[in-house]
Design a protein around this ligand. Structure first.
Ligand code: GDP
Length: 202
């Protein structure tokens, strides 16, 4: 557990880009706890990371040349956030897809300070095949992972509850999945405080 006096203030610390890695061997070891964010492209990952730290850091990950690598950010010298490449790019060539998968797989399998993977799911779409494939990989590695539903401002309350119930029912197939589903909207700043709390309590 990270010791902080005020959770929201902690997330106001400067969040600086520390490294980008296109190969596992480029990742420097660290003693700091690390959390990773992954999801299909367009799921709202950059918006969520930016809302989490009140800074436009995820823009860094979108600069050409950095979209296919793991981008590492250090927050307040206490925590590392990793912005993972979005999966499910229709345009990516087969070899490219393989190299991202290989990098991500190696990272999940080997990184000793990785505390949790947050997998982002668009609340309007629910779990798609690619998400399930990813989750099967996490299960096979016994990695601790948790679902963040994004863009809940697009849905009405009963629809949100329906998506959540469906996911909870599906979760029996994913043994290493954390049971708590986080509901967020970066547009409306919904669920950001809860996400911060979840991270600090890890
Ligand atoms: P990324 O590709 O996963 O990094 O996704 P982005 O953060 O770039 O967002 C993709 C699209 O979804 C953009 O058009 C955003 O404006 C939109 N978006 C992101 N977050 C939200 C949200 O909380 N609510 C809604 N309605 N749209 C969002």
């Amino acid at each position: 557990m990270i010791k902080v006096n005020n959770i929201d203030n902690f997330f106001k610390n400067q969040c600086k880009f520390i490294m980008g890695a296109a190969k596992y061997s480029q990742i420097k070891s660290s003693y700091l706890p690390e959390i990773a964010f992954i999801g299909r492209s367009n799921v709202g990952k950059s918006s969520l990371i930016n809302a989490l730290v009140n800074q436009k850091i995820a823009l860094t990950s979108k600069t050409p040349g950095r979209t296919k690598q793991l981008n590492f950010f250090e927050l307040g010298e206490k925590l590392i956030l990793v912005d993972m490449p979005g999966y499910g790019f229709a345009k990516a060539g087969k070899n490219e897809v393989n190299s991202w998968d290989k990098l991500s797989y190696e990272y999940f399998a080997k990184r000793p300070n990785l505390k949790r993977i947050f997998i982002l799911i668009d609340s309007r779409r629910g779990l798609l095949e690619k998400d399930k494939n990813m989750m099967n990989i996490f299960d096979s590695l016994a990695a601790s992972y948790q679902i963040i539903l994004t863009k809940i401002d697009e849905l009405k309350e009963p629809q949100i509850n329906a998506v959540k119930s469906k996911l909870e029912a599906d979760s029996v197939n994913f043994p290493a999945l954390h049971p708590k589903i986080l509901l967020t909207s970066s547009n409306k700043s919904t669920g950001i405080k809860e996400l911060r709390k979840e991270i600090i309590n890890l």
